[in-house]
Design a protein around this ligand. Sequence first.
Ligand code: B12
Length: 269
Amino acid sequence: MDTLIKSWAPREIDAVLERVLLTVEKPGRYTGGEHNQVVNDWEAASVRVALAFPDIYELGMSNLGLATLYDILNRRAGILCERAYCPWSDMEAVLRREGLPLYSLETHHPLNEFDLIGISLPYEQLYSNVLNLLDLGGVPVRAADRDAAHPIVLAGGHATYNPDPMADFIDAFAIGEGEEVIVEVARCIEQWKKEHPVLTMKHSERSEAESKSALHGGPHPSTALRSAQDAHRAVEECGFAFALNLKWTLVQSEFGIRPGTAAVPIAIR
Ligand code: B12
């Protein structure tokens, strides 16, 4: 799925869902709208997080780890946090047939429109589902193929204690409890976006800005874009070790996030 060819607005996603949802098993898995879901204002949010459980809705919904992080993030000013789960095979076939990206349940935004995708890996059997989830969400599967316009992909949970097997696909790992570290990471990204508004534009925002700019004879916004190395430095400056190609591990400490260290022994590449 090529994210640059088409970016989907929630209303366009809804129009397709209206047509296809009753053709799949258990369509309630894909609608959102449950009691106690939190729907924050997309436009007003300064940082947008999708928490993704890489298995079907029923398994992910009952997971306490992500539910806790969802609550914590949505209580913080400026942070919007939504959920996503893997579709069952019938819905996956529909998504791929329609070219529809995997979207969040709350506002039906594609995963690639978020600033941060937080993935829970409570057990190793989910590794391969992560690749499918990213691909369906319009996010390049390999970390090396992502740039500053893509979401940062952060993983946590028991099966990240050895980050090595998933290191090529995940930008950063949070080893240990996530309650504090996820807020720190979200705040770092928020700051980074503030300091580098053009660099961190999503692909859809870029094409919109480019057509507006062309209309008014202004400079091409892409000229302001910098290299991946610059992006990496920029994020490091604001304290968050963002790995485009490098392998970083985040651990929580009383002094905040410390990149490149881990609380438990990890495999060295
Ligand atoms: C409850 C539980 C279950 C429940 C799950 C209910 C549910 N839907 O969540 C049931 C009984 C279904 C279950 C099943 C299995 N379980 Co289980 N389970 C547990 C248990 C006892 C507690 C998990 C829990 O809820 N913790 C509390 C929450 C709040 O913590 P958490 O999920 O870890 O999340 C925190 C952090 O990990 C972190 N975090 C998590 N995700 C993310 C994401 C991001 C982005 C960030 C920043 C942080 C972060 O932040 C959270 C808050 O601090 C753990 C052992 C343990 N003591 O933790 C085993 C455990 C997770 N289970 C394990 C296993 C192996 C399984 C099974 C695969 C067993 C099997 N062979 O069938 C199955 C999986 C089935 C399935 N498809 O779900 C292993 C995983 C080991 C591993 N390395 O893979 C564990 C560690 C037990 C063990 N020591 O063997 N399990």
